[in-house]
Design a protein around this ligand. Structure first.
Ligand SMILES: Nc1ncnc2c1ncn2[C@@H]1O[C@H](COP(=O)(O)OP(=O)(O)OP(=O)(O)O)[C@@H](O)[C@H]1O
Length: 311
C-alpha cells in the first residue's frame, strides 16, 4: 500500500438519497484515503452508482454532508468534477474514430494543452500507442475498457470513480486493467471502484459492502471475512455432491456450495459443523476438513441478512 495516505480524499457522512418515497442511499459514511483503492460491493440496485454520483456532485444528497478532494459535495461539484475521472457503466466512444482521434476529442472537450503531447503521453501511459490508429469500433472489450480508462485519466485527475469498469471483460483483460489501476494508485491516484467480482474485491486495499442503501460491512478482505464469524468445512471426493441436500437440512449449516468435486459447508458454530459434517462424510467414506471461508460465502450471508431485515 502507498505510504503517503494520511489525508482523506473522500470524507462523507450520513449520505441519504431518496427517489420518490424510496430511500436508495441510507445514512452512508465513507472515507477513502489518498492513494487507496476501495472496492464498493453489493447486490444489484443496492445504491452503489447513486453513492458514487453523490460523491462527485452529479446528484445532491437529501441529507448528509462531506467532501471529495477537500471540496464540498453539495456546493462545489464543478471543482470536484474537474479533478475526478468517472468511468460509468456504459461508457461510449465514436466507433468510427481511431483510439487517437477519440482521445484527441476528449482532450479538446477538457481544453487540455498542449493537446498533441497530452494525447501522446496518455497513449503511452495506458499502453495504447501501438494501436493508436485502430478504429474504436473494432476493439475487443478489454481494449475498449483501456481506452475508456485513458479518456478518464487524461486530464490528470486525483480521484478515479469506476462504476463496474470490467463488466463483461475476459479474465486476462481484467487482470491487465487492474494492474493499470494499481499503477495509477501507486502514482497517488485515489480509486473508488464498484464491482460484482470477488477476485476484484480481493485486489482492493479495502472493501465496503452496501445492501439496500446501507453499509453492512467494511474493512480489508481478511477483516470482513473474520468479522462474519463464518466457518467452513470442505468435503472432498466423488459423491460429495450427493450430500448437499442432506447437509442443507442441518441446523448448524447455513450454506452448502459445490466447488468442482468438493463441497463447501458454511456455518457459525465450528464445533457443530465439525461434528455433523465430519460424521456424515465419514459415514460415506469421504474426507472432510476445515477450509478457508470465502468472500463469496460472506457476501451471500450479508445479502441474506439484509433481505431478512428488509422484509
Ligand atoms: N434517477 C432515478 N430515479 C429513480 N430511481 C432510481 C434512479 N436512479 C437509481 N434509482 C434506483 O435506486 C436504486 C439504487 O440504484 P443504483 O443504480 O444506485 O444501484 P447499484 O448498486 O449501482 O446497482 P447495480 O449493481 O445494478 O448497478 C435502484 O432501485 C434504482 O432503480
Amino acid at each position: 500500500m502507498p505510504s503517503a495516505r494520511r489525508d482523506n480524499v473522500i470524507e462523507v457522512r450520513g449520505l441519504t438519497k431518496r427517489f420518490g418515497d424510496k430511500t436508495v442511499v441510507d445514512n452512508v459514511d465513507l472515507q477513502v484515503g489518498r492513494g487507496e483503492i476501495v472496492g464498493f460491493l453489493g447486490p444489484n440496485g443496492s445504491g452503489k452508482t447513486t453513492t458514487i454520483r453523490l460523491i462527485c456532485g452529479l446528484l445532491r444528497p437529501d441529507e448528509g454532508e462531506g467532501t471529495a478532494l477537500g471540496f464540498d459535495i453539495r456546493s462545489q461539484s464543478a471543482e470536484i468534477k474537474a479533478r475526478t475521472g468517472y468511468m460509468t457503466q456504459r461508457f461510449s466512444f465514436y466507433e468510427d474514430l481511431t483510439i487517437r482521434e477519440n482521445l484527441d476529442f476528449v482532450a479538446r472537450l477538457y481544453d487540455l494543452r498542449p493537446r498533441r503531447r497530452v494525447v501522446d503521453e496518455t497513449l503511452a501511459r495506458l499502453g495504447l500507442t501501438d494501436r493508436r490508429n485502430q478504429l474504436a469500433g473494432t476493439l475487443s472489450g478489454g481494449w475498449k475498457q483501456r481506452l475508456a480508462l485513458a479518456a478518464c485519466v487524461m486530464h490528470q485527475p486525483e480521484l478515479l470513480l469506476l462504476d463496474e469498469p470490467t463488466a463483461g471483460v475476459d479474465p486476462k483483460a481484467r487482470r491487465e486493467f487492474w494492474d493499470e489501476i494499481h499503477a495509477l494508485a501507486d502514482e497517488g491516484l485515489t480509486v473508488l471502484v464498484s464491482t460484482h467480482y470477488m477476485d476484484e474485491a480481493e485486489r482492493c486495499h479495502r472493501i465496503v459492502y452496501i445492501a439496500y442503501g446501507t453499509v453492512v460491512a467494511r474493512g480489508s478482505v481478511a477483516e470482513v471475512v473474520a468479522g462474519s464469524g463464518l466457518k467452513t468445512w470442505i468435503v472432498h471426493g466423488d459423491g460429495s455432491g450427493r450430500l448437499m441436500k442432506e447437509l442443507r437440512g442441518l441446523p448448524s449449516v447455513e450454506q452448502v456450495a459445490p466447488f468442482g468435486t468438493d463441497i463447501h459447508v458454511v456455518g457459525e458454530d465450528a464445533a457443530a459443523l465439525e461434528s455433523c459434517v465430519g460424521a456424515i462424510a465419514k459415514e460415506r467414506g469421504l474426507k472432510a476438513e476445515p477450509g478457508e471461508t470465502s468472500l463469496e460465502d460472506v457476501f451471500i450471508r450479508l445479502m441474506t441478512d439484509a433481505q431478512a431485515r428488509e422484509r
